[in-house]
Write a protein that binds this ligand. Structure first.
Ligand code: GDP
Length: 303
């Protein structure tokens, strides 16, 4: 499946290390757990999450009286899934969409993480589901962002509402809403600029955009999706912190998991930030966006 295919690079490094570990230790002892701890931390799982996981594993190993390291491998994947879901019901994360009226989705994130690509892929996916989609080129700051969204618009056959570079993003998104309404669209996907240098600026710009949206549609934006590049590891974590301080982030799209990303960042974000990962990017093609599914993800890493 898509997960197995897309995660092949991440898997060969992660699962390879776990297999080595299992081969090196026949018995499950304190040293085994120490080495496992190192592997998980180097896979970007995040120290706090690793500690939780190791504690859980030790308890489970004791409870089931597991002696053989091979058997532990299965428990590791079970616990990774458990850690991901925490107290919540196991379910594939769904987009929060308005079922009878226009839904507005705002995309935030720094330049280069794959924001435009993700919007293009999502436009395609929603269109395939039979929804009418409009995109708003709200990143008026980065040179080329408007043209790039336009290219995606043509590629997937979705209209792009745009102004000139340098214009007010809130005005573009306002026009996007009007256009989406007059076309009877189901979903408006809004790009935004990803300036992080100044948190106050970022906060002001995002709150202005959100104000314009909610003035038109009180319950909107229906989602604020933060796009993060999985290959940047702890950097992605710190972006998640900054953006969630600047605005209410409802979900995360983790891109480039097909690359040499270590994958553990998925768990770290969920466990340490309590923000669900809603989608993952597993490649550059239009079909390479997957709704996040922790089971498929973890088993994609181990398969
Ligand atoms: P933006 O600046 O955040 O809008 O980023 P772009 O959408 O322009 O993406 C930056 C680069 O990352 C482009 O070369 C994309 O093709 C690439 N990219 C985006 N998502 C993925 C992904 O899931 N996997 C891979 N391998 N590349 C991606």
């Amino acid at each position: 499946d898509k997960y197995k295919e897309g995660l092949s690079k991440t898997r060969s490094s992660f699962s390879g290390k776990i297999n080595d570990l299992v081969a090196r230790y026949r018995k499950v002892d304190e040293d085994f757990f120490e080495d496992l701890e190192e592997i998980l931390i180097s896979a970007d799982v995040g120290v706090a999450t690793v500690m939780d996981l190791i504690d859980e594993l030790k308890m489970e190993v004791k409870r089931r009286n597991i002696k053989d390291s091979k058997e532990v491998k299965e428990v590791i994947s079970e616990k990774l899934v458990d850690i991901y879901y925490g107290e919540e019901a196991e379910d594939v994360e769904q987009l929060n969409l308005n079922q009878n009226g226009l839904s507005v989705i705002l995309f935030v994130g720094v330049n280069g993480v794959g924001k435009t690509t993700t919007i293009g892929k999502m436009a395609h996916q929603l269109k395939e589901e039979g929804k009418k989609v409009v995109m708003a080129a709200g990143d008026t700051f980065r040179a080329g962002a408007i043209e790039q969204l336009d290219v995606w618009g043509e590629r997937v056959g979705v209209e792009v509402i745009k102004h000139n570079a340098g214009s007010d993003p809130a005005a573009v998104i306002f026009d996007g809403i009007q256009a989406a309404r007059s076309r009877g669209a189901d979903v408006l996907l809004c790009d935004t600029a990803g300036r992080l240098q100044n948190k106050v600026n970022l906060m002001n710009e995002l709150s202005k955009v959100k104000k314009v949206i909610s003035r038109e549609i009180p319950e909107a934006p229906h989602e604020v999706l933060l796009v993060l590049d999985a290959t940047t590891g702890q950097n992605a974590m710190s972006q998640a912190k900054t953006f969630s301080e600047a605005t209410d982030v409802s979900g995360i799209v983790l891109t480039k998991l097909d690359g040499t990303a270590k994958g553990g960042i998925v768990l770290a974000i969920r466990n340490e930030m309590s923000i669900p990962v809603k989608y993952v990017g597993l490649g550059e093609k239009v079909t390479d966006l997957q709704a996040f599914d922790a089971h498929a993800f973890v088993y994609g890493l181990f398969a």
